[in-house]
Ligand binder design. Structure first.
Ligand SMILES: [Zn+2]
Length: 353
């Protein structure tokens, strides 16, 4: 498509998401300005960067569709991009919006060959290397995030605040419908302001990780010092079948995040949150691995101590601790992969800034 025609269509309809779906394998870079002086740069399919005429100190990355069938966040981001392009929403901060896996979105599946959210921090190039589309995309997304954060020079006088919110919906229901995963900070303090932002998004359940991970949010946090989160906004539904009322607060907070100096939040109070940390990860060791609870058991369900949770050949996994709850159980993972996480309630009071 000629650049002027593309630009004209985007300014008129703002449908960058549709453009992404019709070009899942790539999109030629393009650059143009909006009427208010905002610069718009298309870097690739599903990758669009907005720079306001007046720079603030925030650099914000919003990503969705890292799992292709997690539609509600994709719809929220598609609408936000459309409203920015058509002038319905005024941009305040630098913003990079990423539609993670366009091919899987078209297929209506979580992934084509491999879980994209297990391929970051260089995992895309381990083992067999860049052998499939998801591995190549993970590397490309890392490069785009690096480019975005590094394009603006960081000086001691004017530090920049980096953010990455990777938006998902969960496969199964959850006792707490919305929850966030706070990547391992290597003992740096958790951020009050981030808990306040999560609460504005209607997310008050937070899982605090204690080890490095191959997720997009850990990558942004660890490699770029961003305040980064994986945010689970509810349960997976097909496109157009989401009850958008359930996402109203997250949608509003994200729009405020990009268009206003600050998001309206309430002061952090730990009592308003359900905080968990990982107690143990249960990995599948044999083909006989079996979960001993129903398929529709919700994330964060807790059972009495001693309850049999899973068997793996001769090994039995039972609830060991009071309050220990299951999260992300999946018996179908490959041997050696994580089949379930066990979490326990925790506090952040000892290390928060
Ligand atoms: Zn997901």
């Amino acid at each position: 498509m000629a650049q002027s025609l593309l630009q004209e269509q985007l300014l008129q309809h703002g449908d960058f998401f549709k453009l992404t779906l019709t070009n899942p394998d790539g999109l030629a870079p393009a650059q143009f300005n909006l009427a208010d002086g905002t610069s718009v740069a298309i870097w690739d399919t599903g990758v669009i960067c907005f720079t306001p005429a007046q720079l603030s100190q925030k650099d914000i990355v919003l990503s969705c569709g890292v799992h292709g069938n997690e539609t509600a966040p994709i719809e929220i981001c598609a609408e936000l991009v459309k409203d920015l392009l058509t002038g319905q929403l005024q941009l305040k901060h630098r913003l990079l919006v990423l539609f993670g896996n366009p091919a899987a979105m078209n297929a209506g599946t979580r992934e084509i060959t491999e879980n994209l959210n297990r391929l970051f921090s260089g995992h895309h190039s381990l083992g067999a290397g860049l052998i499939n589309a998801e591995r190549k995309r993970a590397k490309a997304l890392e490069d785009y995030v690096s480019r975005f954060y590094q394009e603006v020079r960081v000086t001691n006088l004017v530090p920049r605040n980096r953010y990455l919110y990777d938006l998902h919906t969960a496969i199964r229901g959850s006792r707490f419908e919305k929850f966030a995963v706070y990547p391992f900070l290597h003992n740096k303090p958790w951020q009050k302001a981030e808990f306040e932002f999560l609460q504005a998004c209607d997310v008050t359940t937070v899982l605090l990780m204690q080890t490095p991970a191959s997720t997009f949010s850990y990558y942004a946090s660890n490699s770029h010092g961003a305040d980064a989160f994986t945010i689970e906004l509810g349960k997976v539904q097909p496109f157009g079948q989401n009850d958008m009322q359930r996402f109203a607060k997250a949608r509003a907070a994200l729009r405020q995040l990009v268009s206003e100096a600050a998001v309206s939040t309430v002061h952090f109070d730990e009592q308003q949150f359900q905080l968990y940390q990982v107690y143990r990860a249960i990995n599948k060791q044999t083909q006989e691995f079996k979960l001993h609870f129903a398929d529709d058991v919700e994330n964060f369900t807790a059972y009495p101590q001693g309850t049999l949770l899973a068997t793996d050949g001769d090994i039995e996994y039972r609830v060991e601790r009071e309050g220990e709850a299951i999260i992300f159980p999946n018996a179908k993972v490959a041997i050696g992969q994580r089949a379930m996480l066990m979490v326990v309630p925790t506090t952040v009071a000892h290390n928060i800034a």
